[in-house]
Design a protein around this ligand. Structure first.
Ligand code: SF4
Ligand code: SF4
Length: 93
C-alpha cells in the first residue's frame, strides 16, 4: 500500500530512513549521534582489521533502525558520507 507523508502544513514529505552505517569509513565523530533525537544509533568499539586487530577504534552503529523518523539530519552532518538512507516509499512495509 502506498503511504503518503506530510509536513505540519500538509506539504508532501518523503522520510529518508537511516538503514546502515559503513563501519569501514565511519570515523566515530558522533556528529550524527548529536543531532538525532530518536536513539537510533550508538558509539561502539571496533577492532580495526588494518592493524591486525591490535588497534581499537570507535564507530557508530545502527541498533534500532525502527525508531528512525527519516528526518535526514544525521546524513547532512556526516563528514564521511558513510550512511545509507532509504526513502520511505522504497522500503518494504
Ligand atoms: S534520519 Fe533523523 S531520526 Fe533517523 S537516525 Fe538520522 S537523525 Fe535520527
Ligand atoms: S557522522 Fe558519519 S563519520 Fe561521524 S560517527 Fe556518524 S556515521 Fe560516523
Amino acid at each position: 500500500m502506498m503511504r503518503t507523508f506530510t509536513t505540519r502544513d500538509g506539504s508532501i514529505w518523503m522520510p529518508s530512513y537511516l538503514t546502515s552505517i559503513d563501519s569501514k569509513t565511519c570515523i566515530g565523530c558522533c556528529r550524527c549521534f548529536k543531532v538525532c533525537s530518536r536513539d537510533v544509533m550508538h558509539l561502539h568499539g571496533d577492532e580495526d582489521d588494518d592493524f591486525d586487530g591490535k588497534l581499537n577504534r570507535m564507530i557508530m552503529v545502527v541498533d534500532d533502525a525502527g525508531r528512525c523518523i527519516g528526518c535526514g539530519a544525521c546524513g547532512r552532518v556526516c563528514p564521511k558520507n558513510c550512511q545509507t538512507h532509504v526513502a520511505a516509499d522504497e522500503l518494504a512495509t
